[in-house]
Design a protein around this ligand. Structure first.
Ligand code: ATR
Length: 276
């Protein structure tokens, strides 16, 4: 670490935040590019009711970047000077850049979905995408694939929530129940899991029965702990191409890194930190 009087501060706020991988990922990238004298990245445990004061601190302390985790992604939007149109559409800000006292909010979560998919198949235009889940994680994923011209079908246990999300996306998505997977899932080019099935208490479960998955499909799981979920293991066995949730963390982070530093992110270094 190479901190001086000129070093700029970037901070991730969350509640909780101590599990965050962002400080390790960003600081390793600064070091790799030899800019660890220019930037340092730390985490701060902040209650949602204090987000307003934090934004004021960012202004007066001239903090360069403010990264927000749930639930701060919504709250922070109220106190910024500008919001990028994409973040506005998604309805959440995970990245705040301080440009000489003007605070602008961005969302890079959708890039965490789109970039890994494009790395595998090139363009998403015209592809059929199934998204399972309609909660917080699903929003940016849904927005990302629609923005890139894919045909989206949202499957959710609670149909009303899927319909609400489709409505918010300007009706640019179809909705289905989980029971309709049998007919619909095999037709999809890409399957995205945005539910919590496969982690925590549901670690032994999968959101998509393996018989609906086949070679020629891409399966991307937003769950990143465990790295190889039951869904991904079974999809591999069925011959599908798989993408781990850690890639989503990586590419929302690389996009954010570029906004804070104006440099191209060292992707491999940042990936290595996440894997470690
Ligand atoms: P997050 O912010 O992580 O997306 P969330 O907003 O609570 O968390 O959303 C969790 C998603 O996982 C929801 O789509 C939820 O389905 P419901 O809308 O029906 O609640 C889905 N989910 C969680 N457990 C599930 C299960 N066992 N089977 C199917 N879907 C499940």
């Amino acid at each position: 670490m190479n901190i001086s009087g000129k070093t700029k501060l970037c901070v991730i706020i969350g509640d909780p935040v101590d599990h965050s991988l962002s400080p390790a990922m960003h600081n390793a990238a600064y070091k790799d590019l030899g800019i660890d004298d220019e930037f340092v990245f730390v985490a701060s445990h902040v209650k949602v009711e204090n987000v307003k004061d934090v934004v004021q601190a960012v202004r007066v302390m001239n903090i360069r970047g403010l990264t927000c985790t749930i639930p701060h992604k919504l709250e922070v939007m109220r106190y910024l000077d500008e919001i990028d149109p994409i973040a506005e559409k998604i309805g959440a800000v995970n990245t705040v850049v301080n440009e000489n006292g003007t605070l602008k909010g961005y969302n890079t979560d959708w890039l965490g979905t789109v970039i890994p998919l494009e790395n595998k198949i090139g363009s998403l235009n015209g592809k059929s995408v199934a998204l399972i889940g309609a909660g917080g994680a699903a929003r940016a994923m849904a927005y990302g694939v629609i923005e890139k011209g894919a045909h989206l079908t949202i499957f959710n246990r609670t149909k009303d929530k899927a319909e609400k999300l489709a409505e918010e996306l300007g009706k640019r998505a179809q909705t289905r129940t989980l029971e309709e997977m049998a007919q619909e899932m095999p037709k999809q080019d890409i399957i995205l899991n945005a539910t919590s099935v496969g982690m925590g208490k549901q670690i032994d479960q999968t959101p998509v029965p393996k018989e609906y998955i086949h070679s020629g499909q891409i399966v991307f799981d937003a769950v990143y702990a465990p790295r190889e979920t039951r869904l991904l293991k079974e999809s591999n066995k069925q011959g599908a191409v798989t993408i781990q949730g850690i890639e989503m963390l990586l590419y929302q982070g690389t996009a954010q890194f570029e906004l804070y530093t104006g440099r191209i992110a060292p992707v491999d270094v940042m990936r290595r930190v996440l894997h470690e």
